[in-house]
Design a protein around this ligand. Structure first.
Ligand SMILES: *Cc1c(COP(=O)(O)O)cnc(C)c1O
Length: 388
């Protein structure tokens, strides 16, 4: 089922704006719940950094997912959306004191700790509050992911996590502290990963690390494998729901669990990307000497992925009625040459006033918007607000 967009109902809304089809979102969440129910003790925490729109968060909370935060602001947003604190996991290489305090005050499920200095500060602040913080260590598994270099995170050269060679040492250190309780390990190797082999490599690495820990008499309760499952940006209308079946089955098949362990996932993009589109109006069609430009009112301030990661988003014309097509560069109004959504794409003959939808924009879209050029931030609407 593809995104359903009712253009007539969008008439009064100022462009550009984000549109979220909650039918697609609910179907995606159902698919996740159907797959995780097949396995004992699999828990999905939605990675709120992909999209923190309050209306979207409420739908995700209704489906019963937990939440993965990487800042104090995200913890506040998650709580405001109704997520219970005991389903919050909190990662990040550079947690500030106030963020640690917030996590402790709210009694979140787990801090994913990325260094010894961070562990010491959590222990210290928890002691001041007379609390015990549940911690997992984020381990850098040195597993590469077949994805864009900017979004691979699990290589030794990346800033994230604790080196594998230091694993026993940091765990023993945590076990000697009075105000932290060590519960398990956390990993996250990157984003937009479509090769199941990458997840297999991570599962196998976790198995090795568990064997090592077992020989030291260290037991883990929590295995958190992070997120990173990719989506189909090329054919979003036919591949709308990501392949959750293979994703969870891959971990089930390759991850060797010990009795009593729970497995935690932190999916962001796969949950929200396909339910969202950036709706933009064509301001001008300009014919250059070698190109035709469809100049739209959205720019990289609204959706930065193409400029930042060379990302591809499928673009469709929502209003053109002709069967004739032409070739366009779809560009924004911002004073930077990188403000291009796509080059040399075929669209139905496009004219001033046409509405375009930039698809698969539900993840890392609205949340990364900026005010550069003093542009207003794009608003986000869910389908209920537009179709009814
Ligand atoms: C970004 C992030 C995620 C989510 O990644 P997706 O590719 O959107 O699934 C999960 N865990 C951590 C720690 C992250 O930083």
């Amino acid at each position: 089922m593809a995104l359903s967009i009712n253009v007539d109902r969008m008439a009064g809304i100022r462009t550009p704006f984000y549109y979220y089809d909650t039918n697609i979102l609910r179907q995606t969440l159902d698919a996740i719940n159907t797959e995780t129910k097949k396995y004992d003790k699999y828990f999905v925490h939605y990675a709120v950094k992909a999209n923190a729109n309050m209306k979207v968060l409420k739908v995700i909370n209704e489906a019963g997912l937990g939440i993965d935060c990487v800042s104090g602001g995200e913890i506040e947003q998650a709580l405001a959306a109704g997520f219970p604190a005991n389903k919050i996991v909190f990662a990040g290489v550079g947690k500030s004191d106030w963020e640690i305090e917030l996590g402790l005050d709210k009694d979140i499920f787990c801090f994913n700790v990325e260094s010894i200095p961070e562990l010491e500060i959590i222990n210290e602040i928890a002691a001041q509050k007379g609390k015990v913080a549940t911690v997992c260590f984020r381990i850098n598994p040195n597993v590469g992911a077949h994805t864009h270099a900017h979004i691979t995170t699990g290589l030794a050269e990346n800033k994230f996590g604790i080196d594998m060679k230091d694993m026993e040492k940091v765990i023993q250190q945590a076990q000697s502290m009075t105000n932290v309780q060590f519960k398990g390990l956390h990993f996250h190797i990157g984003s937009q990963i479509l090769e199941m082999d990458d997840f297999i490599a991570l599962a196998e690495r976790i198995n090795e690390l568990q064997d090592r820990l077992e020989s030291e008499g260290i037991h883990l309760e929590i295995i958190n494998v992070g997120g990173g499952l990719g989506i189909d940006y090329k054919e979003p209308q036919t591949h709308t729901i990501p392949n959750f079946k293979d994703y969870f089955a891959t971990y089930h098949q390759h991850l060797k669990l010990r009795p009593g362990q729970t497995v935690h996932f932190e999916l962001g993009r796969a949950v929200v990307a396909q339910c969202g589109a950036l709706i933009t109006k064509v301001n001008f069609v300009k014919e250059g000497s070698v190109k035709k430009f469809a100049i739209v009112d959205a720019g990289f301030t609204d959706l930065i992925r193409p400029a930042l990661y060379d990302a591809h988003h499928k673009i469709i014309n929502l209003t053109s009625t002709t069967t004739e097509t032409d070739t366009y560069d779809v560009v924004g109004p911002i004073c930077e040459s990188s403000d291009v959504f796509d080059k040399d794409i075929q669209l139905p003959k496009t004219q001033r006033g046409d509405l375009l939808a930039i698809l698969s924009a539900g993840a890392y879209g609205e949340i990364m918007a900026s005010c550069y050029n003093c542009r207003p931030l794009p608003k986000g609407y869910i389908s209920e607000e537009i179709q009814n």
